[in-house]
Design a protein around this ligand. Structure first.
Ligand SMILES: NC(=O)c1ccc[n+]([C@@H]2O[C@H](COP(=O)([O-])OP(=O)(O)OC[C@H]3O[C@@H](n4cnc5c(N)ncnc54)[C@H](OP(=O)(O)O)[C@@H]3O)[C@@H](O)[C@H]2O)c1
Length: 233
């Protein structure tokens, strides 16, 4: 097990769902979680409610990524961990998507994850330790109708994660992917999709696995996936 005391971990998209649950669980486990999100009001309220530092960080903004990660490092010491969790859902027939829908998903889910990793990795490599967990999706393990762009955004991160895993483990940095099935969060509703989430795992169940993966600095957990037992029909 790792010594979690004073280990700063940035969580992106932490204003709801899995990200917020990860912040709470990291705090309980003795890490120093840094709650980040794109909505300033939500960040301020939730950071205060949970007694953790909060920063406005839109992962689609290169400016936010470079400025805010530098500020966090300055104010909370070296960044030990990064949970690339921010993400959005897009569902429908491919030809009905606009070019801007497509770009938005790729900018947040794919570029956001890559550029956040790019911002924190050099210092991790220099220190010879650190951990990055990418919240991917079972949507990156198979293909199906109506999720082409969301799936592409996550398949890209599956490839990215696997390549970084072998590139940086020899340098002491764990790069890991978590591939959850359906989670009872705001993601579908935010995308305007009505989805029955009665059988989905809870954000807390997803967070439990993510923190377990982060909690052992001697292990690289690769392609960790799971879904609620009630989600098997
Ligand atoms: N829900 C599922 O069934 C499921 C399954 C597999 C994987 N995942 C993945 O799990 C991750 C977390 O999703 P969730 O289920 O917890 O959904 P969620 O409750 O909608 O949480 C997504 C979070 O990302 C934030 N976000 C969106 N765009 C952002 C941006 N540009 N910059 C920073 N933050 C941004 C949202 O902020 P706002 O509060 O401002 O909207 C929200 O806090 C996503 O990567 C998703 O793809 C979800």
């Amino acid at each position: 097990m790792t010594n979690t005391v004073e280990k700063t971990v940035i969580v992106t998209g932490a204003t709801s769902g899995i990200g917020l649950a990860v912040v709470c669980r990291l705090k309980d486990a003795g890490f120093l979680p840094v709650l980040t999100g794109r909505n300033a009001d939500k960040v301020a309220t939730l950071a205060e409610q949970n007694g953790v530092p909060g920063y406005v960080l839109d992962v689609a903004s290169e400016h936010d990524i470079s400025q805010v990660t530098a500020q966090i490092e300055k104010e909370h010491g070296p960044v030990y961990g990064l949970v690339n969790n921010a993400g959005i859902w897009l569902e429908g027939e491919f030809v009905d998507y606009s070019a801007s829908d497509i770009r938005k998903v790729m900018d947040i889910n794919t570029m956001g994850t890559m550029l956040m990793s790019h911002a924190v990795l050099p210092a991790m490599v220099k220190r010879g330790k650190g951990a990055i967990i990418n919240v991917v999706s079972t949507g990156a393990l198979y293909t199906r109708k109506m999720i082409s762009v969301y799936a592409a955004s996550k398949w890209a991160i599956r490839g990215f994660t696997g390549c970084l895993e072998v590139e940086y483990a020899p340098k002491g940095v764990q790069v890991m992917g978590f591939y959850p099935g359906k989670v009872a969060s705001n993601m579908y509703e935010t995308a305007g999709i009505d989805r029955n989430l009665d059988v989905a795992m809870t954000p807390e169940q997803a967070a439990k696995m993510i923190v377990t993966m982060l909690d052992d600095d001697g292990m690289v957990w690769s392609h960790v996936s799971g879904r609620s037992i009630r989600d098997y029909v």
